[in-house]
Design a protein around this ligand. Structure first.
Ligand SMILES: [Zn+2]
Ligand SMILES: [Zn+2]
Ligand SMILES: [Zn+2]
Length: 445
């Protein structure tokens, strides 16, 4: 029996190193959905407890009409309504509810690391799903168990005691052994909220730091969160579809070491191939601003030519493919982390000129590293537009409105590709709201 339910957009072909590669069965335009998969199981991070529903994961911040209430059985899980509570109960929670509270207060649980605690809750819920043997989960469970295990032998972790006989310990250990290299962090509006098991996505899609597709999550009432793989470039028939397992902006040595350690492979994607011979040396955090000041004007000229206008043409591919040698240091650690910290401070406290110039440099570096329609770039341009709009509301200079409008227009082109995700709100809505404010302010002029 073949446990993989391949969508008609993809075909698996053999690969000498990876198990398989998934290639497109036809030309896929930018912004198309290649694969849709409801999570087999998912658990929120502890800081989301009580503000998001433990079943559908919608938030009462973005949907204030939601009343998220505790499960009175365990007082640990929270639901937006009775329907979600019932669906979660039927799919797994009824086997663990009674023991949940005692378990999370127990010495054995509290002795675990934060990551292990998270794994332990995901594993407990997965084991409960498996124990219940519901037909709707059967294929996904088979697919999950067919995934490659982590290259490292993991120490066993406990699971919440079940109200029915769980599978044997050896099977539970084999499930856990597939966590580190297969589980996904759920991002809503580009922020992490929890961990999901997506067997089909894990089975089909390989990693690239220069990906042509990304994952987004859709949250709807009375449904498990649903992952969608969406293309961020045109993909030709026969080309491999790949997603990033980690942020491509992580420095090259760090990326390679994490990929090797967690997934057991060396990446030889386009970005890695370019960054390998660059032999980037590590620079000290204290050197970053000096270096950036020296290189900034030339880097802006290289990345933006005559300047940034609303009809700014995004490059065809990452600028690193033709990056002059002088700028290579800017792709090194810790440049981006120093710059994003300094951008966020200057955005809040000023000076405005510094925030905008640092923001532009981050934009230029993102264009070097990320594919042009990578959602993180759109998100950053929205942040820049907000800074310009805030400056306008303080200083009332029309030039700042134009700047805000320019960045929003480019941000919208990028975020339209990523499309709607999460529950309500999110960067695309914010872009449209701010554009509307600008239109209104222009009409009043
Ligand atoms: Zn819900
Ligand atoms: Zn409960
Ligand atoms: Zn790579």
């Amino acid at each position: 029996m073949n446990p993989i339910d391949i969508p008609d957009t993809l075909r698996l072909v053999d690969h000498p190193i990876a198990r398989n590669t998934a290639v497109a069965t036809r030309n896929l335009p930018i912004g198309s959905v290649v694969l849709t998969e409801p999570v087999l199981t998912s658990v929120l991070f502890p800081d989301k407890t009580g503000s998001r529903c433990d079943y559908c994961h919608r938030s009462d911040h973005t949907e204030p009409e939601l009343r998220i209430r505790k499960c009175t059985g365990c007082e640990v899980q929270w639901y937006c309504d009775e329907q979600c509570q019932k669906l979660h109960w039927d799919s797994s929670h009824r086997l663990v509810c009674k023991a949940y509270l005692d378990f999370v207060m127990s010495r054995v649980y509290l002795a675990l690391s934060d990551d292990q605690m998270m794994d332990c809750l995901v594993l407990s819920q997965l084991v409960a799903e498996i124990t219940l043997r519901r037909p709707e989960s059967a294929t996904a469970i088979l697919t999950f168990e067919s995934l490659l295990p982590s290259p490292h032998e993991l120490e066993a972790i406990p699971v919440i005691p079940m109200r029915r006989d769980p599978p044997p310990l050896s099977r539970i250990a084999a499930l856990y052994q597939r966590f580190p290299n297969n589980n996904h962090v759920i991002q809503i509006h580009l922020r992490p909220i929890g961990v999901a098991i997506l067997p089909l996505t894990s089975r089909l899609l390989n990693h690239s730091c220069s990906p042509n597709a990304v994952l987004r999550y859709i949250l709807s009432a009375s449904q498990k969160p649903r992952a969608e793989v969406v293309t961020i470039r045109e993909i030709a028939e026969g080309d491999e579809v790949s997603i990033p397992y980690l942020d491509p902006a992580i420095s090259y040595p760090e990326r390679q070491s994490r990929l090797k350690d967690i997934y057991g492979f060396e990446c030889s994607c386009k970005l890695c191939t370019i960054q390998l011979p660059m032999n980037i040396r590590s620079i000290a955090g204290s050197e970053v601003l000096g270096l950036v000041n020296a290189l900034e004007p030339a880097l802006h000229q290289f990345a933006f030519g005559e300047g940034i206008t609303a009809d700014f043409q995004l490059p065809e591919e990452q600028l690193c493919v033709r990056l002059p040698e002088d700028f290579r240091l800017l792709m090194d650690d810790p440049v981006l982390s120093v710059l994003t910290t300094s951008f966020s401070i200057a955005s809040d406290e000023g000076p405005f000129e510094m925030a905008m110039s640092t923001g532009k440099t981050i934009f230029a570096i993102y264009l070097c590293i990320y594919p042009p329609c990578y959602p993180q770039i759109g998100f950053h341009l929205l942040e820049m537009a907000k800074v310009a709009w805030n400056e306008y509301t303080k200083e009332n200079k029309r030039g700042d409105v134009e700047t805000a409008n320019t960045y929003l227009t480019i941000a919208r082109r990028i975020l339209d590709v990523y499309g709607r995700e999460g529950d309500s709100g999110g960067p695309l809505d914010e872009v449209n709201e701010l554009l509307e404010l600008i239109r209104t302010s222009e009409e009043q002029e």
